[in-house]
Every structure is written in structure tokens, then in C-alpha cells.
Ligand binder design. Structure first.
Ligand SMILES: Cc1ncc(COP(=O)(O)O)c(C=O)c1O
Length: 403
């Protein structure tokens, strides 16, 4: 006799939350009522009319036609690994191709590294606000995210005293997202050096998420590994953002040359064996990207800057919103004045239901829910953004007027 009792899931899944996608379920409900939803929740340039460079598409197509449709070695094809090693070496972080691993996006590099580093109960220092994949993966592994503060009143710079204070014997890694999602901040060299020194002295891995490095408004951000090539730094990046191909799931990680990372590298490779390889044909775009024409980046960054300036000026014109100017990428994390008893989620859901504008609440990035932060992806065209900000600011006036 079949039973109707639901089959349970692991307790670890309960802590696995990814607000950027979870909130889409709410948007679908709003769409079902006939209202158009304007999706400003996910950092994907493609639906907003930006195009993958043709030479990358040609490289993938050629790989498929040339028969590269089988599994590759788990660390990736040689041409891609060499291109990554050359890229890092030429930018001041010398590594051999043996220390370059081709991954399914930055995401998989992060997941492989955390899997290689942490046991249940171990701690990893993560910024607040953070890109939520870090906390989600740590939850899945039964490890603990320990949050260090980045400060909106200081251009979202990290609080170094907080980082110093939070390092404990259980800490296994320090995550640095620079340029940052969700804040758009870039840290000055002195701050970067201080973060590296803290990781180096504690002998923990500095996980440098540099996926937005080439989308800095004042020119490509230098690599963390270039400041201290012998520190225990692992850098992550991908084709998703600066090469406009997020759906390809093509990425890489560069493991610093210090022997202190040899065991970690071996463990990462062991885990990578288990997933066979990242998508094969897309790996051929890595060489094309890193050794080929990058002129699309200058025009993309110019477009982003126009949208960033528009966003900041329009939001800060409201007496009820504060927005720190971003220095890279396509995100801002403004703060709205919350009426007594309201949360950031109340604001974001109210905005969605009343205007069709979908943002993500700050608590989805680890911010306290009563502070009123929310994240905007500003990839839409300036005209579209302008119309969106008209509606958003009007809704803010209505929301703040409630009590
Ligand atoms: C800071 C940060 N890290 C990693 C990722 C994941 O990117 P990928 O597509 O390379 O896996 C993102 C995507 O938005 C991100 O913002």
C-alpha cells in the first residue's frame, strides 16, 4: 500500500538559501496577475542586450566541429590552463599551468575550494553583505560562515579590526570579493595588503573572488596575488561577467605558487576528478578570451558607468534613500529608511507587488533585515532605468509614509 508521507531532506539544505533566485517565485506570482515584472535581481548582462564576443562563440563552435565533445581531463584542457597561467603570470601572480584549474564558473571553483578546506564546525570569514553562494555552500558542508563587516559609511570598505578579531583557530579561509557584489566597492591597495597579511600570518587561504576585476570603471583592478605572490591566495574568475557568457559555465581558478597550498591543490584536484570535467567545448573559449581581443570590455564598462551614475544620482535625489557610488560591475546596495517594524523584505515585496520592480532584499546577502538595504542590478538601458527609478522613488515615498 503506497504511503503519502513526504520523504524528508537533509537538515543542511535548510540553511542553503539563495535569495537572488528564491525571490523569482514571488515575481512569477505577480506576473500571473498580468503585471509586467522588471527583473533587476540577477547579474546577467545577456537579457539586457549585451552580446557575447563573436570570437568566443567561434572558438566554442570550432571546438564542437573539431570533435572536442568528450570529457576533458578534470582540471581542464591544456590550452585553457596555459592561457590562465600566462594571464596570471603576466599580471604579476606567477603560476604554472599545473596550478590553473578550469571550472564550471567561479561558482564551482568556490565550491571545490570550500569542499577541500572545511570540515563540519570549521569557520570561514565572509563579508557582509556577501555574495550568497559562500554562505549556502558552507551551510551544505556543515561549516560556519563568520561575518566581517564592510562599512557603507566608509564606501563599503572592510572593517580590518573586525577581520583581525574574528580569526580563530577554527578559521580555514578568508573570503574577499573585490570588486564586490553586491556593493560595487573596490578596496585600496593598503586594505588589500592588510587583508593578505592577516591571512598569511594566520596561515589560512585568502579566497580572492576577482570575477569583476576587469569591469572596474577606472581600468582593470590589479590581482591580489600580484601584491604577494607567495601568500596563500587562490583567485577565481570566469567568462560570465567580463566576457559576457554566463550561461556557458566557463571559469577558472589560480592557486598561488606557495608550497603551503600544495595539499589544498591536490585535494581540489581530487574533488574535481569526481565531477569529471567542466563543459568541454566552452573550455576552448578560455584561451580565445584571455589571448584574444578584449575591446568589448572597454565599451561594456563605458555603458556600465553611465548606468551607475544615473542610478546613484536618481536614488540619492530621494530624501529617503542613500546609495554609495559603485566603482565596478553592475550592482548597488542602497538603503531605504524603513518605517518602524518593517523589514527589507517587506520593502522589496511591496515594491514588486506595487510596481513590478524586482530587487533583492539585503538580508539575502547577510545584512540585518531591519536596516533597509536592497540590491539593484543596473544592467537595463538608461531609458528603462530612468522609468524604473521614477516608479521606485515614488513607491519609496509611499512606503516611508506608512507607519
Ligand atoms: C561575487 C561573485 N562570485 C561568483 C559569482 C558566480 O559567477 P560564475 O558565473 O562565474 O559562477 C558571481 C555571480 O554573480 C558573483 O557575483
Amino acid at each position: 500500500m503506497p504511503t503519502s508521507t513526504s520523504i524528508g531532506v537533509s537538515a543542511r539544505v535548510r540553511g542553503f538559501t539563495y535569495a537572488i533566485r528564491n525571490i523569482v517565485a514571488e515575481a512569477k506570482k505577480v506576473e500571473a496577475t498580468g503585471r509586467k515584472v522588471r527583473y533587476l535581481n540577477i547579474g546577467d548582462p545577456i537579457p539586457f542586450g549585451f552580446h557575447t564576443p563573436p570570437h568566443l562563440i567561434a572558438a566554442v563552435e570550432k571546438a564542437m566541429r573539431d570533435g572536442h565533445n568528450g570529457y576533458t581531463s578534470s582540471a581542464g584542457v591544456e590550452s585553457a590552463r596555459n592561457a590562465v597561467a600566462n594571464e596570471y603570470t603576466s599580471r604579476g601572480m606567477p603560476i604554472s599551468a599545473d596550478r590553473a584549474i578550469i571550472t564550471s564558473g567561479t561558482s564551482e571553483g568556490i565550491e571545490l575550494t570550500l569542499g577541500a578546506l572545511v570540515d563540519a564546525g570549521d569557520e570561514v570569514l565572509v563579508p557582509t553583505p556577501t555574495y550568497p553562494l559562500y554562505t549556502a555552500v558552507l551551510s551544505k558542508l556543515g561549516a560556519r560562515a563568520v561575518f566581517y563587516r564592510t562599512d557603507p559609511s566608509n564606501n563599503w570598505q572592510p572593517d580590518l579590526d573586525d577581520v583581525r578579531r574574528l580569526i580563530s583557530p577554527a578559521t580555514r579561509a578568508l573570503v574577499v570579493i573585490d570588486p564586490n557584489n553586491p556593493t560595487g566597492a573596490i578596496y585600496p591597495e593598503a586594505t588589500r595588503r592588510a587583508l593578505i597579511e592577516l591571512a598569511d600570518q594566520a596561515n589560512i587561504v585568502l579566497m580572492a573572488d576577482e570575477v569583476y576585476g576587469d569591469l572596474a570603471f577606472d581600468g582593470p583592478a590589479p590581482l591580489y596575488g600580484a601584491l604577494a605572490p607567495d601568500a596563500p591566495i587562490i583567485s577565481y574568475s570566469s567568462l560570465s561577467k567580463a566576457y559576457l557568457a554566463p550561461g556557458w559555465r566557463g571559469g577558472w581558478m589560480a592557486v598561488g605558487r606557495t608550497e603551503r597550498l600544495n595539499e589544498v591543490l591536490a585535494a581540489i584536484k581530487k574533488l574535481a576528478d569526481g565531477r569529471l570535467c567542466s563543459p568541454g567545448p566552452m573550455q576552448f573559449a578560455v584561451e580565445a578570451a584571455l589571448n584574444g581581443d578584449r575591446s568589448h570590455q572597454a565599451s561594456f564598462v563605458r555603458e556600465l558607468r553611465v548606468r551607475a551614475d544615473l542610478t546613484v544620482s536618481r536614488l540619492n535625489a530621494s530624501p529617503h534613500v542613500r546609495c554609495v557610488a559603485p566603482q565596478a560591475a553592475f550592482y548597488v546596495m542602497p538603503q531605504v529608511l524603513l518605517p518602524q517594524g518593517k523589514t527589507d523584505e517587506d520593502f522589496v515585496l511591496g515594491l514588486l507587488r506595487n510596481t513590478g520592480i524586482l530587487c533583492v532584499y539585503g538580508s539575502g546577502f547577510g545584512m540585518p533585515a531591519d536596516q533597509g538595504f536592497f540590491r539593484i542590478v543596473y544592467l537595463a538601458s538608461p531609458d528603462e532605468l530612468s522609468a524604473i527609478y521614477d516608479d521606485l522613488v515614488q513607491y519609496v515615498d509611499h512606503f516611508v509614509g506608512q507607519s
